[in-house]
Design a binder for this molecule. Structure first.
Ligand SMILES: CNc1ncnc2c1ncn2[C@@H]1O[C@H](COP(=O)(O)O)[C@@H](O)[C@H]1O
Length: 347
C-alpha cells in the first residue's frame, strides 16, 4: 500500500470541523451554481478567490475570521445549508473518515432562524446517514462575539434539540475570534448545556491568555481545541501546563490551521510533540479543511512525517482518538473498526 493510500484507508475520527470553514472549492462552486440557477443573490464573486489561506499567505489568525463571511453568504438558506452539509459529509467519508463531529454556529439570516438552522443541519445529517457509512454527530457552536442573550438562546436551542434528537446532537462548543469576548461570561450558558447532558469542548489557548486558559481548564471541559498557549514555551505558564498534565483533557490538534494562521511558526515546532510526549490525549483534526486547503488524511500524513511516527504509532493515534468521541454508544464500533485495520495490515 503506498503511503497516501494508507492515510486515506486508515479509519479516522474527525472531532474538530467547523462546517462553514470546511467547504471545499468544489462545494463552493456547487453552491454558487445553485444560487445562479435559483436566482438567489450571490455576493461572493469579488471575494471567492480570497477564501483559502495557504501556507505562504500573509494573513494571520485575526484576518482568518473575515473569510468565514464568504462561506456564510453561500449557506444562508435552508436549501444551501443542507446542500453544503451533505457535500461536506460526503467529502469527509471519501477521505476515510468513519466518524465525524461536525460543528456549526446557528445564525439568523433573512431566510432562516437559528432554530431552522439547527433543524436543517439535523435533517441533512439524518438524510446523509441513509447512504453514508460514516457516522455523523453535531456540536452546536457559540461564537465568542455573541451577546450573552444570544449565547443563552443557542444553549437553550442546543438543549431542546438534544432532547429531540439525542442520536444527532452531542455537544456544545465555544469558538470564534479568541481576542473577542470573555470566557467567564459564557459559563452560565455552557454550564446549563453541560447539566442537561451535552458534552463541552472549548477553543482554548489559541492566543496567549493564561488567565483564561486556567479558567477554561478549571471548568473541566470534555475536550479542548488547539491548546497552543498552554506550555510556557508557547505562551502558557507552569501552572497552565501542569494543570493540563494533571487533568489530561484531550486536545483537538489542528496542525495546518495553526501553521497557516501563524499561531505556530512551522510544523516542526508544533506543540503536538509536547502533548504527545506528555501523554495528553491528542486527536488530529482539520479545523477548516476548506479555508486551509487540507484534509484529515493529509493532517495525519503531515503529523506522521513531521514527528517520525511509525505505522503502529499512527494507528494507535487513530485508535486512541475513538475514546474521546462524544457519542458514547458508537465508541466500541469505532474501536473494533480500528483494531480490524491494525490486524488486517499486521501493524
Ligand atoms: C482558525 N481557528 C478558529 N478559531 C476559532 N473559531 C473558529 C476557527 N475556525 C473556525 N471558527 C469558527 O467557525 C465559524 C465557521 O463555521 P460555522 O459558521 O460555525 O459553521 C467561524 O465563523 C468561527 O466562529
Amino acid at each position: 500500500m503506498d503511503s497516501e493510500t494508507f492515510f486515506v484507508d486508515l479509519p479516522k475520527v474527525e472531532l474538530h470541523a467547523h462546517l462553514n470553514g470546511s467547504l471545499s472549492p468544489a462545494t463552493m462552486l456547487q453552491l454558487k451554481r445553485y444560487h445562479a440557477d435559483s436566482g438567489l443573490e450571490d455576493k461572493t464573486n469579488a471575494f471567492f478567490d480570497e477564501f483559502q489561506i495557504g501556507a505562504g499567505d500573509s494573513r494571520n489568525l485575526t484576518d482568518c475570521f473575515q473569510v468565514f463571511s464568504i462561506a456564510h453568504s453561500l449557506t444562508s438558506t435552508p436549501e444551501t445549508l443542507a446542500l453544503a452539509t451533505s457535500l461536506t459529509l460526503q467529502e469527509f467519508q471519501d477521505d476515510g473518515c468513519c466518524y465525524l463531529e461536525l460543528r456549526s454556529t446557528p445564525r439568523d439570516t433573512p431566510q432562516m432562524s437559528k432554530l431552522q438552522y439547527i433543524e436543517t443541519l439535523v435533517q441533512a445529517i439524518q438524510k446523509s446517514s441513509l447512504h453514508l457509512t460514516m457516522i455523523t454527530r453535531l456540536i452546536v457552536s457559540i461564537n465568542r462575539r455573541s451577546p450573552l442573550e444570544e449565547a443563552e438562546q443557542i444553549a437553550d436551542l442546543a438543549i431542546e434539540y438534544y432532547k429531540k434528537y439525542p442520536d444527532v446532537i452531542v455537544g456544545i462548543e465555544l469558538s470564534g475570534d479568541p481576542m473577542a469576548g470573555v470566557f467567564q461570561e459564557f459559563v452560565p450558558a455552557l454550564s446549563k448545556a453541560k447539566e442537561a447532558g451535552l458534552k463541552v469542548t472549548l477553543h482554548c489557548g489559541e492566543v496567549c491568555n493564561p488567565e483564561e486558559v486556567m479558567a477554561m481548564l478549571k471548568f473541566k471541559p470534555d475536550r479542548i481545541g488547539h491548546g497552543i498557549c498552554i506550555h510556557p514555551k508557547y505562551g502558557g505558564t507552569e501552572e497552565t501546563w501542569s494543570t493540563l498534565c494533571k487533568l489530561k483533557i484531550p486536545v483537538e490538534v489542528c496542525l495546518t490551521s495553526n501553521v497557516n494562521t501563524k499561531s505556530v511558526p512551522d510544523y516542526d515546532s508544533h506543540h503536538f510533540k509536547l502533548l504527545y510526549d506528555a501523554e495528553i490525549p491528542v486527536i488530529i483534526c482539520t479545523d477548516d479543511k476548506g479555508v486551509f486547503a487540507t484534509s484529515l488524511s493529509r493532517e495525519y500524513q503531515i503529523c506522521v512525517n513531521t514527528f517520525s511516527l511509525t505505522s503502529y504509532q499512527t494507528a494507535r493515534l487513530a485508535l486512541n482518538a475513538c475514546q474521546y468521541v462524544f457519542a458514547d454508544n458508537v465508541r466500541k464500533t469505532l474501536n473494533d473498526k480500528l483494531l480490524n485495520f491494525i490486524d488486517k495490515n499486521s501493524l
